[in-house]
Design a protein around this ligand. Structure first.
Ligand SMILES: Nc1ncnc2c1ncn2[C@@H]1O[C@H](COP(=O)(O)OP(=O)(O)OP(=O)(O)O)[C@@H](O)[C@H]1O
Ligand SMILES: [Mg+2]
Length: 333
C-alpha cells in the first residue's frame, strides 16, 4: 500500500542571527542553513497494517508524513501510496487518504460540525447510503451527537479531535495518517479514539500510520514500529522483537512483612553484581529490584529476601516499551 524508497527531504532556510540587530542583519544576508530532515528512508507498508512511526522531537516524523500525504515533495527518492505518487497527484491521492494532525484541526472553524460533514460528503462524493452508514458507525464509536450542531471553534479539544477523526474517515480512506492524534486528550476520549481506529482497521482493512509520543497508543494499536532518528530509520520491526533485543531489564516488587530487617542485607554482595546490573528501591512496606535478566533471576531474588522476612505479595514487571524507547532515543540503537 505504501512504498517509500530512499526518500530524503532537505530544508534550506535563511540563516538567523540572534537578537534584534541579528534580525536586521539576517534581512541583508544571503547565508543559508541546510537541514536534512529526512535522510534516505525506505520501507514498505502492506494493506491493513497499523504501523507506529516514532522518534524524538525533530526526528523527521511529520516531514515524512507530509511527503506521504503529498503536502511536501521529497528532495530525492520517492514514495507511492496505493500506486500513486502523492505529491504529483495530490487530488487523486486525497481521495485515498485520511489525515489527522493532532496539533491543528482540518475542520472549518466557523461552521457547525454537521455542515462540515455534509460538505465533506460532497467533496469526497460519498453516496447518501454510505454517508448514513458511516456517520452512524462513527457516531457509535466516537459519540459526537451532543455537539454535532456546535461550531467547531466552540468545541473542546477532546470533542474537536473526535470530530477531526470522524472527518478523516468519512470517505473511507485506504490509508489513515495520524500525527499525534491523542495529544492532550483525557483517558476516556483517548480510549474512544483508539477504539475507533481499531474498528475501522478491522472492518475495512484500513492501513494506519500512527505518530505519537504516547507509546501506550502504539502498544494498544500497532504490532510494528518504525523508529526514526535524525531523519534515518534506525529500527523497523515488531514491538515484541525490540522488547526481546533491548528488554534486558526486569522489575520485581516484593511486599514484605518487615522492611527494616532488609536494611541489613547487602544484595550487591550477595548476588555479586554492581549497580549497573541491579537497582534497588524501597518504600514503607515493599522493596523493588530492577535487574538485568542476563545476570540475575527472579527466584534468586525471592529466596534471598525470604531468608530475612516473609513475603506477602509479588509483582513482576516486564520492561516497558517506554523505557526501551527512551534508552534508544538517548543512546541510539
Ligand atoms: N519547513 C521547514 N523549514 C525548515 N526546517 C524544517 C521545516 N519543517 C521541519 N523542519 C526541521 O526538520 C526537522 C524535522 O522536523 P519534523 O517536524 O519532521 O520532526 P518531528 O519528528 O515531527 O518532531 P516532533 O516530534 O517534534 O513533532 C526539524 O529539525 C525541523 O526543525
Ligand atoms: Mg511532528
Amino acid at each position: 500500500m505504501i512504498h517509500v524508497e530512499n526518500m530524503s527531504k532537505e530544508f534550506i532556510s535563511p540563516k538567523k542571527y540572534p537578537g534584534f540587530k541579528g534580525a536586521i542583519k539576517g534581512l541583508f544576508s544571503n547565508e543559508k542553513v541546510r537541514k536534512l530532515a529526512v535522510d534516505d528512508i525506505s520501507f514498505d507498508i502492506a494493506k491493513g497494517e497499523m504501523v507506529g512511526y516514532i522518534g524524538s522531537n525533530g526526528a523527521g516524523k511529520s516531514t515524512s508524513i507530509k511527503m506521504m500525504t503529498g503536502i511536501l515533495t521529497p528532495t530525492s527518492g520517492r514514495c507511492t501510496v496505493n500506486g500513486i505518487v502523492p505529491y504529483e497527484n495530490r487530488q487523486v491521492n486525497a481521495a485515498n487518504i485520511g489525515v489527522v494532525f493532532g496539533q491543528r484541526t482540518q475542520l472549518w472553524w466557523d461552521l457547525p460540525l454537521s455542515e462540515t460533514f455534509s460538505i465533506l460528503k460532497e467533496v469526497y462524493n460519498v453516496s447518501d447510503e454510505d454517508f448514513k452508514k458511516r456517520m452512524e458507525f462513527l457516531q457509535d464509536v466516537l459519540g459526537f451527537d451532543q455537539f454535532i450542531h456546535s461550531t467547531v471553534r466552540t468545541l473542546s479539544l477532546g470533542q474537536r479531535m473526535r470530530a477531526d477523526l470522524a472527518a478523516a474517515l468519512l470517505h473511507n480512506p485506504k490509508v489513515l495518517y495520524l500525527d499525534e492524534p491523542t495529544i492532550g486528550l483525557d483517558l476516556v476520549v483517548k480510549d474512544s479514539m483508539r477504539q475507533a481506529i481499531k474498528h475501522i482497521n478491522a472492518e475495512y482493512q484500513t492501513t494506519v500510520i500512527l505518530t505519537t509520543h504516547d507509546l501506550s497508543d502504539i502498544e494498544e494499536l500497532c504490532e510494528r514500529i518504525i523508529i526514526i532518528d535524525e531523519g534515518k530509520v534506525i529500527y523497523d520491526g515488531t514491538i515484541a522483537n525490540i522488547k526481546d533485543l533491548y528488554g534486558k531489564r526486569r522489575s520485581i516488587t516484593l511486599d514484605v512483612k518487615d522492611i527494616q530487617v532488609l536494611e541489613e542485607v547487602n544484595y550487591y554482595d550477595a548476588f555479586h553484581v554492581g549497580e549497573e546490573q541491579l537497582v534497588i528501591g524501597k518504600d514503607q512496606s515493599s522493596i523493588t529490584f530492577n535487574f538485568d535478566r542476563d545476570v540475575l533471576n527472579i527466584s534468586h531474588i525471592i529466596s534471598k529476601v525470604m531468608e530475612s522476612t516473609a513475603v506477602r505479595d509479588i509483582k513482576i514487571q516486564d520492561t516497558q516499551i517506554t523505557e526501551i524507547v527512551k534508552e534508544i532515543y538517548k543512546h541510539g540503537i
